[in-house]
Design a protein around this ligand. Structure first.
Ligand SMILES: Cc1ncc(COP(=O)(O)O)c(C=O)c1O
Length: 430
């Protein structure tokens, strides 16, 4: 039996001064009805809590840590940069270097702006789309999460999956979300009809989506659905925004847009591009990006935008991904778990499934396939909570929500992958 005495004490004290004891809701583990972890340190593919319990980590900073914890090359580069000054609010050369690297990797991005969180990236990308088109309506998809900007908290995924059906948060006036329409993901006819409805089409500024959804579990877009979105947005003059905050740099071709062969107008990035530090970005066609201040009339600014430490760590993280065979190796690592678990589920006709794209996967209970929010709403969340607790007790840490992805990093060892596989299989055999 693991000891969590110190974790419990810290959490209790935190609850006195931090709402719910946390600075981001899902960290409270309320969704899985479990004592929250209080982490002390991470190394490679492992986490240690303050009680000294060890976990093999498949949450990896909610997908940020594609090279695991405290990767020596990233640590060394960040330390060097910190010693030269950590924040200026003045342009540094490293911003140009990371910009060039991302533009080289993602050809649809001709110009880019760095911000500090995925929320800022999507919020500003929408402002740019509205400024560029002079239109108001935003189309998003139910179960997709794009951060916590007011206009995007409508039928969202991740930590707000189970909140109300209109705005997913209190404190958002109806007027703010009046121009946000949430449609079913992968529903090709419904969405096509909506986009072609003359009552709406002339006022649609942007269609934003996670091409590979990661916030109702891993739910990839159907290629025909994504292709339809590209064609229809082009026809009606709306900006197509791929939110690759989660899936960006996790797909076999680095991005979902390259994997599907679809060119969006704008792309949002975060997580991996910060190398474990707060960096995010949005970018795309020059013609659209030029509406941003100081060139144009759409305002965005940030004291820490393009922070040199985050830019340095991000650049090193992206360069490490360029090592030949990295993505093949990531897929091989994912397959160590996914293939035998899927086989077991199918052989024993268990009402569950394991879905995967690139270095993201997760296990769903209660459905044989999940294609949209309707399917995800029918999941057996109680069963997930039981599974989470079982894995946790055996030292396997997966994201503490049935609607989150599990992540594999370049540093997960064969031994740890096999250990996680065996624990998962032993849970399924119970
Ligand atoms: C697809 C997607 N977009 C945006 C965000 C928001 O990013 P952040 O938490 O950095 O604000 C997230 C967060 O998980 C995300 O998964």
């Amino acid at each position: 039996m693991n000891d969590y005495t110190k974790s419990k004490a810290i959490y209790q004290q935190s609850c006195e001064v931090l709402p719910g004891g946390v600075n981001s809701p899902v960290r409270s583990f309320r969704v899985v009805k479990h004592q929250p972890m209080i982490v002390e340190r991470g190394v490679g593919d492992q986490l240690y809590d303050v009680d000294g319990n060890r976990f093999i980590d498949f949450c990896c900073g909610w997908g940020s840590l594609i090279h695991g914890h405290a990767h020596p090359t990233i640590v060394e580069a960040a330390q060097k940069r910190i010693a030269m000054g950590s924040s200026f609010g003045i342009t540094t050369e490293i911003e140009l270097k990371l910009a060039k690297k991302i533009i080289e990797d993602i050809p649809s991005i001709e110009m880019i702006r760095f911000v500090s969180s995925g929320t800022e990236a999507t919020m500003t990308a929408l402002r740019v789309a509205r400024g560029y088109t002079g239109r108001k309506t935003i189309v998003k998809f139910s179960g997709h999460y794009h951060g916590h900007a007011d206009c995007l908290l409508v039928q969202a995924g991740s930590g707000v999956f189970n909140l109300t059906s209109t705005s997913t948060s209190a404190g958002i006036p109806d007027g703010v979300i009046r121009h946000t329409i949430s449609l079913p993901f992968n529903a090709i006819d419904t969405v096509k009809n909506f986009l072609n409805n003359p009552e709406y089409s002339n006022d649609i500024a942007a269609v934003i989506l996670e091409p590979v959804g990661g916030n109702m579990g891993v739910v990839p877009g159907d290629p025909e659905f994504l292709m339809m979105l590209r064609e229809e947005t082009h026809k009606i003059g709306a900006v197509l925004i791929f939110d690759e905050v989660k899936c960006g740099y996790r797909m076999p071709q680095k991005t979902a847009q390259k994997m599907y062969g679809i060119t969006p107008d704008l792309t949002c990035l975060a997580k991996v591009i910060g190398g474990g530090f707060p960096a995010a970005a949005f970018g795309g066609k020059k013609e659209i990006m030029q509406v941003l201040a100081p060139l144009g009339q759409v305002y965005q600014a940030g004291t820490l935008s393009g922070n040199p430490v985050a830019m340095t760590a991000g650049l090193v993280a992206l360069e490490l991904l360029d090592k030949p065979g990295t993505y093949e190796e990531l897929q091989r690592k994912v397959d160590v778990i996914v293939k035998p678990v899927r086989e077991y589920i199918e052989r024993h006709d268990i009402n569950a499934c394991i879905q995967n794209r690139g270095a993201m996967f997760n296990l769903f209970f209660g459905k044989k396939s999940v294609k949209n929010k309707d399917d995800a709403s029918q999941l057996d969340t109680q069963k997930f909570s039981e599974c989470f607790a079982y894995l946790f007790s055996k030292g396997i840490y997966v994201s503490p929500s049935p609607y989150e992805s599990w992540f594999v990093s370049t540093v997960h060892t064969q031994e740890h992958l096999e250990q996680a596989r065996d624990v998962l299989l032993s849970y399924l055999k119970l």
